[in-house]
Design a protein around this ligand. Structure first.
Ligand code: IPM
Ligand code: MN
Length: 359
């Protein structure tokens, strides 16, 4: 298969972890006989410095002409500490999601056996955790009109949704639940927010077309506690962009490190794959960042294009690295391996076994 892949390293550790993901892709191409070609483009703080825009038009064009985008990370301390900045790196990512119509962000959270000792939760709580979050990505409060009055004492963000925006991701989530454990949890704040009540109405109506899937609706405050007390009760979680942002990061804590979780953002056309973690500027250039989230994003990319065996080969190689404790210091505590060493190990251990595992 020929795939054209745009590489957007972005800020902080983004370019370093992305480089390891590319090693894995090259290894998969060699072993399984595919042809992957890459095109680099800028986004985020670096793009602002070079061209004053966090998302230059050229980057959008490159992404559009590729089959998929591999993304690193975005954000820099310079902007985090400046609420008055007129242009922010994050705007680049938000605009790119909108431009590519990536309305669904999908984040699988599965506890790997070898990582259980590294979780801050007790073994009996964390064991068996295996769920996936469907986060709406291109609407809601993130994209509503933003206002700050002239004297800077009053601000507002418009939180809005329409039926179509809810139903397109809801159908994806129900289809996923149908293939999994047939349980879907809608997370909202329908006791307070009108937008959440619309979500409930739309999702409850759609549930009738998926009679085999059990729907439960819970409030965001309850969901956050349940995720810590009983994470294995979840199968597919469906939520909006704001609650989803928070739940995603909370879920990553379950595994003991944010450095291992991948995500896929999909829509009508070019899909994007990115680690859940941020740009972690303090670690940039030190060869200590965990490349696994970026490498597992490659597994999601391969799966998206129907390359199941290839995707499984990547997951198997990552599991081997956990098993052999060839990991960065954020997991299992005592490791001394660097980003590139772990990346090489995973790329060098991709094998075509013909096995199908599921991630
Ligand atoms: C994420 C990130 C982004 C978001 C930021 C960088 C805009 O935190 O992908 O979760 O909030 O969506
Ligand atoms: Mn986030």
């Amino acid at each position: 298969m020929h795939l054209k892949i745009a590489l957007l390293g972005g800020d902080g550790i983004g370019p370093e972890v992305l480089a390891e993901a590319v090693k894995t892709l090259r290894s998969v191409a060699d072993i399984f006989g595919h042809n992957f070609t890459f095109k680099k483009a800028v986004i985020g703080a670096k793009a602002i410095n070079d061209s004053r825009s966090p998302l230059p038009q050229e980057t959008i064009d490159i992404c559009r002409e590729c089959d998929a985008v591999l993304f690193g990370a975005i954000g820099s301390l310079e902007y985090d500490n400046d609420p008055d900045a007129q242009v922010r790196p994050e705007q680049g990512l938000l605009q790119l999601r909108k431009e590519l119509g990536l309305y669904a962000n999908i984040r699988p959270i599965k506890v790997f056996h070898h990582l259980i000792p590294g979780s801050p939760l007790k073994r009996h709580i964390i064991k068996g955790t295996d769920f996936v979050i469907f986060r709406e990505l291109t609407n809601g409060i993130y994209f509503g009109e933003k206002k700050l009055d002239r004297d800077g004492t009053h601000a507002s963000d418009l939180y809005e949704y329409s039926e179509g925006e809810i139903s397109q991701i809801a159908h994806l989530a129900f289809k996923a639940a149908k293939k999994r454990s047939k349980k879907l949890t809608l997370v909202d704040k329908a006791n307070v927010l009108e937008t959440s009540r619309l979500w409930r109405r739309v999702v409850m109506a759609i549930a009738k077309s998926y009679p085999e899937v059990a729907l439960e609706c819970i409030y965001i405050d309850k969901a956050t506690t349940q995720m810590m007390l009983d994470p294995s009760r979840f199968d597919v979680i469906l939520t909006d962009s704001f609650f989803g942002d928070i739940l995603n990061d909370q879920a990553s804590v379950l595994l003991g490190s944010t450095g291992i979780l991948p995500s896929a953002s999909i829509g009508s056309d070019t899909a994007m794959f990115e680690p859940v973690h941020g740009s972690y500027p303090q670690a940039a250039g030190k060869n200590i960042a965990n490349p696994v989230a970026s490498i597992l994003s490659v597994a999601l990319l391969l799966q998206h294009f129907g390359l199941e065996e290839e995707s499984n080969a990547v997951v198997s190689s990552v599991l081997l690295s956990f098993n052999k404790e060839v990991v960065t210091s954020d997991i299992l505590g005592s490791s001394k391996y660097g980003t590139d060493y772990v990346g090489d190990y995973i790329a060098n251990n991709i094998v075509d076994t013909g096995d199908i595992l599921t991630m």
